[in-house]
Design a protein around this ligand. Structure first.
Ligand code: 6GU
Length: 229
């Protein structure tokens, strides 16, 4: 998979991509990241990418021309490579980004993520260049960088070869049933007078799996009853 990210903060985005699991995924060849500076598509002496909102109020709004030119260039490059790009615009008024969304996006060959700014991106860019608008939750962030990186992380870890068997995505909370995960423990067996449930020391794998599944259901009932409806 190739992921293009268009942003006004390329260094911040690249710093996150070159750390942790996302970097490991790149090194193992599962993904390639291409980070682009929106200002490279700006014109004029001041390389202006935003302007005041028509009608006043709000703050500055990202102008449509640099955004559209940039996405057109990134799209053209992807098409020339023989692939079709999918343009995502993270925004608090988008569709909820959930595990099912991540699974669907993981099947694509090319994603283009456009990091906007809260309150404002010219609506004509959204109408004409964007395939999908996604929100990562009901709260407001200052820009689309963290949501874009959140989406990238959730998608990349689903790509073949990124996780080992132990980390395997198939057993995650939410992977096929929307359940929370069970409790996990490691050494020492006793810590501050507290010990894990005895079944975990039984060596009886079937019983252990039954217990874990029961705990997933129980924890979901207690913590997120909305998921069971
Ligand atoms: Cl996608 N963008 C911003 N700026 N804020 C958000 C969001 C996205 N999702 C939740 N809050």
């Amino acid at each position: 998979m190739i992921i293009d990210i268009l942003t006004l903060f390329p260094d911040a985005v690249s710093a996150v991509l070159s750390s942790s699991m996302l970097e490991r995924a790149r090194k193992c060849g599962a993904v390639e990241y291409r980070v682009h500076f929106l200002r490279d598509w700006a014109e004029g002496k001041h390389l202006q990418v935003d302007d005041e909102a028509f009608g006043g109020g709000a703050g500055m709004v990202l102008k449509p021309e640099p955004l559209c030119r940039a996405v057109d260039d990134l799209r053209a490059r992807t098409l020339k490579e023989g692939n079709s790009p999918f343009v995502i615009f993270p925004t608090p008024d988008g569709q909820p980004f959930v595990q099912e969304t991540a699974k669907a996006l993981a099947k694509r060959t090319n994603l283009i993520l456009v990091c906007g700014r809260y309150k404002g991106v010219d609506e004509r860019f959204r109408e004409t260049r964007v395939d999908c608008e996604l929100s990562i939750g009901d709260y407001v962030l200052t820009g689309g960088e963290l949501p874009s990186l959140t989406i990238v992380d959730a998608v990349v870890r689903l790509l073949p070869g990124v996780l080992n068997d132990f980390e395997s995505a198939e057993v995650d909370s939410f992977y096929d049933a929307p359940l929370l995960d069970c409790e996990w423990y490691t050494r020492p067996w006793e810590w501050e007078g507290r010990t894990p449930p005895e079944v975990l020391a039984s060596g009886h794998h079937l019983k252990i799996e039954e217990w874990r599944q029961q705990r997933r259901i129980e924890r979901t009932k207690q913590r997120r009853p909305d998921l069971l409806k």
